[in-house]
Design a protein around this ligand. Structure first.
Ligand SMILES: *Cc1c(COP(=O)(O)O)cnc(C)c1O
Ligand code: SF4
Length: 293
């Protein structure tokens, strides 16, 4: 376990650890963060950059894969280290937008006239202090053809207090239409703390969506997925994507086969209203969109 944690250390917030059931080695939240020796098993077909991110580099920290949307790798930091993370081997030092490059970043985006949506990703963009986020968002606002700001974050799920009043005002004072895409994998991650922290966002016009990763032994049971989708709706969040695992080195033991994933998704379709069914997708390097399974 220590060896598995050398390159990608164990990291979790006290709050998230507090949601785990004591004494249960199979706890679905624990299993997302606890390094195991299985990460060291050599597995064919699993590599350091399963999503072809490096080939999509288009400026300082900028990934441009899809029409109309560009993604900014703002930081390599996260408040939690998910063992299945597809960017666990990402060379952040060379491929993220450092503060001193944020003006260059805005200039690169200014040249991409077809891009109307900018996605802040990472790492986790909400590990940035509010003052830095404000500065970054102000630079992005100077690009006239950008209309939408999307934030991909797991931080509210592992540290609900991060959604503070200042962050809310940064979003509402900007001219962007804002979307926040959370990353909740299991219904046990949905708490009254999270609900309370998210509550001011929707009235402020922020659209709330969720992406989850399908993980063997963690959320690959029908009941778990149904409860996840329903509990997300209870806190004002719509399920958006259910991702087939990206084949990143060290994560093979989390993979659910495509056939099982499709069967599970079919069962979900039979039980959920259409608006609560996330799209089951996988990332295919070089593709123009996330690929529906
Ligand atoms: C996933 C992803 C997006 C967003 O795709 P949507 O289908 O709009 O959610 C954009 N850029 C990159 C590089 C991505 O990996
Ligand atoms: S929060 Fe997201 S980027 Fe960070 S380790 Fe988890 S999956 Fe990876």
């Amino acid at each position: 376990m220590e060896r598995a944690a050398t390159d990608f250390p164990l990291r979790v917030t006290r709050y998230f650890a507090g949601l785990m059931k004591k004494g249960d080695a199979d706890d679905p939240l624990l299993r997302q963060v606890l390094p195991t020796r299985r990460e060291l098993d050599p597995t064919a077909g699993y590599g350091p950059d399963p999503t072809g991110d490096l080939a999509a580099a288009a400026g300082p920290g900028l990934l441009h894969k899809y029409h109309g949307r560009a993604l900014v790798v703002t930081t390599g930091s996260c408040a939690i280290h998910c063992r299945y993370c597809f960017r666990r081997h990402f060379p952040y030092a060379a491929h993220r937008a450092h503060d001193r490059q944020w003006r260059d970043l805005a200039e690169s985006l200014a040249e991409k006239k077809e891009v109307s949506e900018v996605i802040l990703s990472g790492g986790d963009p909400l590990t940035l202090a509010n003052s830095r986020l404000r500065f970054l968002i102000e630079r992005l606002q100077e690009v006239p053809h950008l209309d939408r700001l999307r934030i991909h974050t797991r931080l509210p799920v592992v540290l609900p207090a991060r959604l503070d009043r200042e962050l809310l005002s940064i979003l509402t004072e900007s001219r962007f239409r804002c979307v926040m895409v959370l990353h909740v994998n299991h219904p046990a991650e949905i708490t009254t703390w999270l609900a309370t922290a998210l509550a001011p966002l929707r009235p402020a016009g922020v659209t709330l969506l969720n992406q989850a990763v399908l993980l063997k032994g963690i959320n690959d049971a029908l009941d778990t997925q149904l409860l996840l989708c329903e509990k997300l709706f209870d806190i004002g969040v719509l399920p958006y994507y259910l991702h087939q695992l990206d084949r990143v080195a060290g994560a093979a033991h989390f993979e659910v086969s495509r056939a099982r994933a499709k069967a599970l998704h079919e069962q979900m379709r039979c039980r959920l209203p259409g608006y609560l069914l996330p799209a089951l997708v996988e990332e295919r390097p070089g593709s123009a969109h996330k690929h529906p399974l």
